[in-house]
Structure formats: C-alpha cells, structure tokens
Design a protein around this ligand. Structure first.
Ligand code: ASP
Length: 321
C-alpha cells in the first residue's frame, strides 16, 4: 500500500499508485457503507473539523458522514457564525483552530490556494474540499472510483468533460487524474468557457458537442458556475442548452454504453436534460454520491495513518534525544 501524502491538497501532488491505493481502500468502504452497521474505529479518538467558507450540500454532508462512520469526533464549524465574518484573517482562524488540536481539517474556500496556505500553518492533516477554480481532489477521486466500477478500469478510456471548464475545479482535478492514469481527455464547450492556455493541457478541445462526444466512454457534464462569472459568457441559457446541454439525442454520438456523470448541483434543462440525468441505465450521478462517502473515508483513513506514524516517530525522537 502506497500513500505518502501528509495533506490532500490536490491531485497534482498524487502519484498513480497513491490514487490506486485510495480507490482500492474506498472499494472496501463501499461494502461497509452498504451494511446495516456502518462503523469502524479507524479515526477513533481523532478530531475532525469541517470548515466550509463556501456553500456546500453534498460535500459537507459526505465528509461529515465519512468521519462519523470512521469513529472520529466531527465538528462542523459554521463559518457564517464565526469570527471570520468579524474580519479575522484566514491565518488567525487557522491558528485558533490549531490550538484546539484537531487531527483532520476539511476546508472549502472560494479562493484558489487558500487551503494550501492554511495547511502550511497547522499541525494536522488538511483535506481540500474545493478551493476556488483550483482543485477538488476528492471529487476527482470519487469520479475515478465511479468510472472504475462502471467500466472495469480507469485507463485507456475516452472521457469527454463538457461545459464550463474555465471556472471548474472539478474539471481541473479530473484532467490531472485522468491524465496520470493514461486516459484520453476531451474538453468540450464554448471558447468563452475554456481556460486560457488550454492547448497546453495535453487534451483535445472541441466547441462542437457532437464531434467531441464521438466514441466517448464517459461523458462528464459540468454546472455553469455563475457565481464565478463576471460578465456574459453565454448568450442565454436556452441557447447554451441547445448547443451544449446533454440530452438523449446528443448522447447517441458517444459509445452506446457511455456513462453520464455530473458532480452536482445540477441545473436541469441548462447543462443536462432532467430525464437523462435520472435514467439509471445511463446516468451514474447517484453512484457518484455514494462513492463520495467511501472515497472520503479512504482519504481520511490514509491521512490519519500517516499522521499517527509521523507523531510516533516524533515521540520516539524525543525519547532518545
Ligand atoms: N460541487 C462541485 C464543486 O464544488 C461542482 C459545482 O459546484 O458545480 O466544485
């Protein structure tokens, strides 16, 4: 088993064998989560603090459930009521929390890089639950697990990522992971929603949905991230749906057994047809939610093992000093 990371800040820092380690352990947690009694003590005695500076439904619930099923003491810090609103800086908040001796800190923040900064100031393991347009590593890992279970592998697949690529941390983390695992990635969307320098990403770029979907094994749809747009990126939602919204007709261009994914929250009738999203023969959107809990359990378990080993070595060092 290989997993060296001290924090989980992004896919960027993970080696392919570390990704495989997370997925293998997560597969075991999927089994546990399907039992009536869903409890282990991998994190018993440890304190997990969830700090979400940006709204979240599924990710926060998923991390909370994951921590509880592993036996951690879980605290959700409501940022709306915290002193952050009173002007405390991120670093002050981090130092205050650090003094409470958490072991795992799960952080979501609207600014890219904020979670990395925080990780450099605390003594515990930090998990990035999404930072601005930068990374959302557990999303890419849960997507990889969903794909691996549906397709039997996570290599040599053609994966089309469609929509608002420019504002999406999900797209970025997925691009990194799918590239590391040697898949062919296609980005599909209007040029206004493609990030600058997209040609350097080593993937194919399409502004025509039909052409981009041709022969795809996996079709990953993204939400239009209006909260990160500061101008008119699309003419209208209707026009966008017409050209880039996934419906049964457009899906016929992908492979006949192609699966449909969406990280949520979905805008039905904007980036995806509601009926297709609910079609259990094509859509794995509910599986993604299920895999999310298992992947977060695996990540926290592995980080906690490293944390314990590191503290053990430090204690030994003190004894023999
Ligand atoms: N839930 C995902 C994220 O936090 C995707 C989205 O919001 O569209 O990035």
């Amino acid at each position: 088993m290989t997993f060296r990371a001290r924090h989980l800040l992004g896919i960027e820092h993970l080696a392919p064998e570390e990704i495989r380690t997370v997925l293998d352990l997560a597969d075991r947690y999927v089994e546990l989560n399907r039992r009536t009694v869903k409890r282990t003590d991998a994190l018993a005695g440890l304190t997990q603090i969830n700090m979400f500076f940006e709204n979240s439904t599924r990710t926060q619930a998923s991390f909370e459930l994951a921590g509880k099923r592993l036996g951690a003491d879980v605290m959700n810090m409501s940022v709306a009521q915290s002193s952050v609103k009173k002007g405390e800086t991120l670093i002050d908040t981090a130092l205050t929390l650090n003094a409470m001796h958490p072991d795992l800190l799960v952080v979501r923040h609207p600014q890219s890089g904020a979670v990395n900064l925080l990780a450099s100031k605390v003594n515990c393991a930090v998990l990035n639950a999404g930072d601005g347009k930068h990374e959302h590593p557990t999303q890419a890992l849960l997507d990889a697990l969903t794909i691996r279970r549906a397709k039997g592998r996570i290599q040599r697949l053609t994966v089309a990522i469609c929509g608002d690529i420019a504002h999406s941390r999900v797209a970025r983390s997925n691009l990194l992971l799918l590239g590391k695992m040697e898949n062919r990635v296609r980005l599909i969307g209007p040029p206004t929603l493609m990030p600058a320098g997209v040609a350097d990403f080593g993937c194919e770029v399409y502004d025509d949905m039909q052409a981009g979907l041709e022969g795809a094994d996996v079709v990953m749809m993204l939400r239009l991230q209006k909260e990160r747009m500061d101008g008119g990126f699309i003419p209208s939602e209707r026009e966008y749906y017409h050209r880039y919204g996934l419906d049964a007709e457009k899906l016929t261009h992908a492979k006949p057994d192609a699966i449909v994914m969406h990280p949520g929250p979905m805008n039905r009738g904007v980036e995806i047809d509601g009926e297709l999203a609910d079609d259990i023969n094509r859509s794995v959107i509910q599986d993604q939610v299920e895999m999310g809990v298992a992947v977060r359990m695996a990540c926290m378990d592995l980080l906690a093992q490293n944390l314990r080993a590191e503290r053990g070595r430090a204690a030994l060092g003190e004894t023999y000093a």
